[in-house]
Design a binder for this molecule. Structure first.
Ligand code: AGP
Length: 612
């Protein structure tokens, strides 16, 4: 939702903070700010992107070896200079940055106003920094104790860093429900929402647990405590991240880089987890709970957004291959509809960031009712990875583009392995069929490489339809969730309205939308429903709709009726989404570029929705 960075050490803080904010900008980018402490507390903050903040600070006094920075996705208060972080307390002594949401900020604000506090912004964060100030003043506490005491009063999620004008040798970082990584360098510390601002300085990191804080000192020492004032210690972990992984590596945008990384991502997701020749699958977390999973009443897959589309594919795969009942739930709905779930159920929670608030809440609910939680996450050490009983990392590497691409195909790869493993355990798939599918999976990277070669052709199609006001995406079976995902991709980066539908649903209303101005993308690779999808194409053509059809290589029949044909390598039907999604990712990318949209940082969006 927002990005936070902090630094204390022997280097100039400002350049480190600024660069760190640029690496975190994908998390939120409607305003940004930095505070540095060099005897005085200098706060520079601006609506707009980090680059505008950089221009604004040109020539200003930014020399300091301690500071904090923030890039925002607005929750409380419009994106403007005043609402940008860092926020100062009334005395001007404390500066604080915050990722998350303080749910009871209003009652706290009213009480502080009664005690004479004034507020410049509409944010919950400014309330928090003044609560800390008031607690410190009233109870004559150290900053550390005041932070602990104040956080015990707030309800909500936070990752905060706070500094004190009168103490340039310490900063305090605390988290609950929002991500935070602490990098430990040589006599210096880095704090950030994720590892991307840290990895070029140190690979030694620690992760705070929820409701913990770290008091970090310039002398290289630190201590960690819970909000209950209990000392804690965390092992230093080594980051697996590389600097190259968070750069664009010559691509114009992170999204395009990540689309092109998919062959490698699939290979990485499979590495050490399967062997087609010998017919085995090895998913650490799964084998630990084989019995519970194989005897589950149901598997409930919960997620949001693109991860929900992966979840729907998970349902198709597990029911088709392993014959286990599966239900897919929007996490935001599941958490509030008083669902039926118990110890005989398994919840698979899918989340690229591992920080999505609704998915976290759905897990908490399921966990409270004794269900087994299996997490599929991309970010190592993320909250969802840490609260799941077991799980698999997708190993897709950092996904910086707000529109999820490689994480989606990595998620489906893991779900395919899960479905195959359960099917193998339950004997619902023959050894020969299992090996056939695993063999095809093993060669999937090459098929995606071949599909990426269609980029130029897809760019030409994008140029024809870039000004369309609406799109429809239609698919059947395994290609229906792909249709949903293709529509979401187009919506979120080109701002064109698009809907995904089961192809057969057209007749139940949406066909009224079809005319010569409606481009319809058909996913028509499935052999099992081929004739049906051909009829659907003809229904659209009969109403002058423009048809863009994704077909198997060598398909000569649909070519006679579609306006545009995109031929992709044929594969096992259960694996087809790994191939058919790629042209749709490229189509949305090129249309967005041609429309002058900001592909990596689309308007109104953030990479990780860590608030409800
Ligand atoms: C996908 O392109 C979007 N950025 C969004 O729908 C995303 O998939 C959703 O917010 C879920 O995020 P997560 O996978 O990190 O939980």
């Amino acid at each position: 939702m927002c990005g936070i960075v902090g630094y204390i050490g022997n280097k100039q803080a400002f350049p480190i903070l600024l660069k760190g904010l640029k690496r975190l900008e994908y998390r939120g980018y409607d305003s940004a700010g930095i505070a540095v402490l060099n005897g005085n507390l200098h706060v520079y903050k601006k609506a707009g992107k980090v680059s505008e903040l950089e221009e604004f600070t040109d020539g200003k006094d930014v020399s300091a070896t301690i500071g904090i920075g923030h890039t925002r996705w607005a929750t409380h208060g419009v994106p403007n200079d005043v609402n940008a972080h860092p926020h100062l307390s009334n005395s001007g002594d404390l500066a604080l940055i915050h990722n998350g949401i303080i749910e009871n900020y209003d009652s706290i604000k009213k009480e502080l106003i009664k005690r004479g506090y004034t507020f410049k912004s509409d944010t919950d964060t400014e309330v928090l920094v003044n609560l800390i100030e008031e607690v410190r003043k009233q109870d004559k506490l150290s900053l550390e104790d005041a932070v602990r005491s104040a956080l015990n009063e707030v309800v909500g999620a936070y990752a905060i860093v706070v500094i004190d004008r009168h103490d340039p040798d310490h900063l305090i970082a605390a988290r609950k429900g929002s991500p935070m990584v602490i990098g430990i360098g040589e006599g210096e510390f880095f704090i950030a929402s994720d590892a991307s601002p840290i990895v070029e300085y140190t690979k030694n990191v620690i992760y705070l647990d929820d409701q913990e804080y770290a008091c970090i000192s310039r002398d290289g020492s630190y201590h960690i405590k819970t909000l209950g004032n209990i000392e804690k210690s965390h092992a230093i972990q080594k980051l697996e991240l590389s600097l190259e992984a968070i750069e664009k590596s010559g691509f114009d945008h992170f999204m395009l880089k990540e689309i092109y990384e998919q062959p490698k991502v699939i290979a990485d997701a499979l590495r050490g987890r399967m062997n087609a020749e010998q017919g085995w699958i090895k998913l650490g977390g799964l084998s630990e709970y084989t019995n519970r999973i194989n005897t589950a009443n149901r598997i409930i897959i919960s997620a949001c957004g693109t991860s929900w589309h992966s979840a729907l594919l998970g349902e198709y795969l597990i029911e088709d291959l392993a014959r286990v009942p599966v239900e897919v739930e929007y996490a935001s709905e599941f958490r509030y509809r008083n669902p039926i779930i118990g110890e005989k159920d398994v919840m698979i929670a899918i989340s690229q960031s591992g920080e999505t608030a609704d998915t976290l809440a759905a897990i908490e609910l399921a966990k409270d009712r004794q269900a087994l939680i299996y997490g599929i996450c991309n970010v190592i050490g993320s909250s969802i990875a840490r609260i799941s009983h077991a799980g698999s990392y997708t190993h897709a590497g950092p996904e910086i583009g707000v529109a999820s691409t490689k994480a989606f195909t990595a998620q489906i790869t893991i779900l395919t392995l899960i479905a195959l493993q359960i099917a193998k355990e339950k004997g619902t798939i023959s050894v020969s069929k299992l090996r056939e599918i695993l063999y095809e999976l093993e060669h999937m990277p090459q098929k995606i490489e071949a599909t990426l070669k269609l980029d130029k052709q897809i760019q030409e199609i994008a140029a024809i339809y870039k000004d369309a006001s609406n799109f429809l995406y239609l698919g059947r079976g395994y290609n229906f969730p792909v249709a949903l995902e293709g529509a979401l991709k187009l919506k979120e980066i080109s701002y064109i309205h698009a809907e995904g539908y089961p192809a057969a649903e057209m007749k139940h209303g949406p066909i009224a939308l079809i005319d010569e101005n409606m481009p319809v993308v058909f996913l028509a690779t499935n052999a099992s429903a081929y004739e049906k999808i051909v009829s659907n194409i003809q229904e659209v053509k009969a109403r002058k709709g423009k048809v863009i059809a994704v077909v198997n290589e060598g398909d000569t029949h649909i070519r006679t009726m579609a306006d545009h044909i995109i031929e992709v390598p044929a594969t096992e039907e259960v694996l087809s989404p790994l191939v058919t999604i790629v042209p749709l990712q490229l189509l949305s990318y090129h249309i967005a570029i041609l429309r002058g949209c900001n592909v990596d940082q689309p308007r109104n969006l953030a990479k990780s929705v860590t608030v409800e």
